[in-house]
Design a protein around this ligand. Structure first.
Ligand code: EPZ
Length: 423
């Protein structure tokens, strides 16, 4: 398994280009199953999660070609059984359920396991499919869907922790080919849901209200091929803003949509950083030490749970006590114990991390546990004294395209040690 070595104490400056959004590309690639025609998707990031999704689509019978950031897919004749050996590698594989149900009226996909950020149920997905007149059952670790015909319905997909992003995606995709009108109440409003809806509309779907808590889909007979460019990754952008804040002097992010990360830029401004926000770029000027903050993760447009770990790392350096409360995935604090190995002063009070700022952290060997926690450890390594060795970086490669190369391009002293054994 590869490792990333970070030598702390080197300022960041310069410009970095943000890649296409992982969490937008994944459901959009799954949506190509809804038509026999060819689809062309641009700005698809080169990530292991994307690789797994393309593997699944191939195994389902789609023709898949990738040329740098562009993926061409034609799902002319498909099977409806997504193989366990690939699905088990990526929880987001669950988003092929909706397109398979919409296209073929049946689907068999192995249940997503949990992961370190917590249990990942799909009860709301199934609630939506059942509302569309599909039957669902769990059999030998698979979720099996079947429908003689899909009928539009009104269904509320809000759960105890709020809306479900992939659940909204799944039901929206199935509903595009249902008979009649479907209304999803309590829908997720994330920019990635809007990007998927825009792609579906290009395919001929009739969708209104994406980006709000109420999405209306009028079913059509069939969908046709389309071409689409994936939106920039707002979480990668937020991660690089946090890196600039923790270690930067002046860093500019290009190819971003600032509207998608208002909650993050507002938090950094509250932390005392100077941000120059333009149409498709953001420049952050950093004096290094943030003011303490009180943050609570919330569904979009609230503060994103996917930025919680990165802000923990930044606030380890604040001039006082900060509090971050995790409302979406309450167990999402695996990064805390690793940051404490680097000298951070953090304690957990229920679902709230209480972070007392310290002046310096020390480099250490640390263990990545999930995608965003890994990024937080790299950020901390940028300012820790000495060397930080982040192990199990396959976590980070799931969601960040060449993060070590991009940070090195900004002046970080960072290198990837390739593992000897093939992993
Ligand atoms: C998406 O996951 C993202 N992944 C996650 O990003 C992100 O953290 C999450 O949305 C929240 O914004 C992708 O888009 C591929 P949810 P998703 O369904 O859709 C509960 C990253 O780092 N819930 O919105 O799987 C669930 O347990 C990843 O890029 C149910 O109770 O998340 C959670 O508490 C991590 N029943 C809350 O809802 C359900 O049927 C939100 O989950 C579904 C979800």
């Amino acid at each position: 398994m590869d490792k990333i070595i970070v030598h702390g104490g080197h300022q960041l400056s310069g410009t970095v280009k943000i890649s296409g959004s992982k969490n937008s590309a994944l459901p959009i690639l799954a949506a190509t199953l809804l038509t026999r025609d060819t689809c062309v998707i641009h700005s698809v990031p080169d990530l292991s999660d994307i690789h797994y999704m393309l593997q699944i689509l191939s195994r389902l019978g789609a023709q898949v070609e990738r040329a740098s950031g562009t993926v061409t897919i034609q799902a002319e004749d498909i099977s409806t059984v997504a193989p366990y050996d690939i699905v088990r590698k990526m929880r987001a594989s669950v988003c092929v359920l909706g397109p398979l149900l919409g296209r073929a009226r049946e689907a068999t996909v192995s249940l997503p396991g949990g992961c370190v950020i917590g249990d990942r149920p799909i009860d709301l997905h199934l609630k939506g499919f059942n509302a569309l007149n599909a039957t669902s059952r769990i059999e030998a670790g698979d979720v099996k869907l079947f429908a003689n015909e899909l009928k539009g319905a009104t269904v509320n997909l809000e759960g105890r922790q709020g809306p479900t992003v992939l659940g909204t995606d799944n039901v929206m995709m199935a509903a595009t080919l249902a008979e009649g009108v479907t209304v999803i109440e309590g829908s997720a409003a994330e920019p990635e849901v809007v990007d998927l809806a825009n792609f579906l509309i290009k395919m001929g779907a009739k969708i209104e209200g994406a980006g709000t808590r109420r999405i209306t889909i009028e079913g059509v007979k069939e969908l046709h091929g389309a071409e689409h460019t994936v939106i920039p990754d707002r979480i990668e952008a937020g991660t690089f803003l946090a890196a600039a804040a923790i270690a930067g002097s002046e860093v500019t992010l290009r190819r971003v949509n600032p509207e998608h990360l208002n909650a993050v830029t507002n938090a950094l401004i509250d932390g005392g950083y100077l941000l120059d926000i333009r149409k498709d770029q953001i420049t952050l000027r950093s004096n290094g030490t943030p003011r303490p903050l009180e943050l609570i993760t919330d569904p979009y447009p609230g503060f994103p749970t996917d930025m919680q770990a990165q802000m923990c790392a930044l606030l380890c350096r604040a001039s006082g006590e900060s509090r971050i409360t995790e409302k979406i995935f309450p167990q999402r604090f695996m990064h805390v114990s690793e940051l404490k190995r680097m000298g951070a002063d953090i304690s957990l009070d229920g679902f709230t991390a209480v972070i007392r700022g310290i002046s310096d952290m020390s480099g250490a060997p640390v263990m990545a546990s999930d995608l965003r926690a890994s990024a937080a450890l790299v950020l901390a390594g940028l300012v820790a004294d000495g060397m930080t060795e982040v192990n199990r970086v396959y976590h980070i490669d799931r969601g960040y395209e060449c993060i070590d190369e991009k940070l090195a391009g900004l002046g970080a002293h960072i290198e990837r040690l390739k593992s000897k054994s093939a992993s």
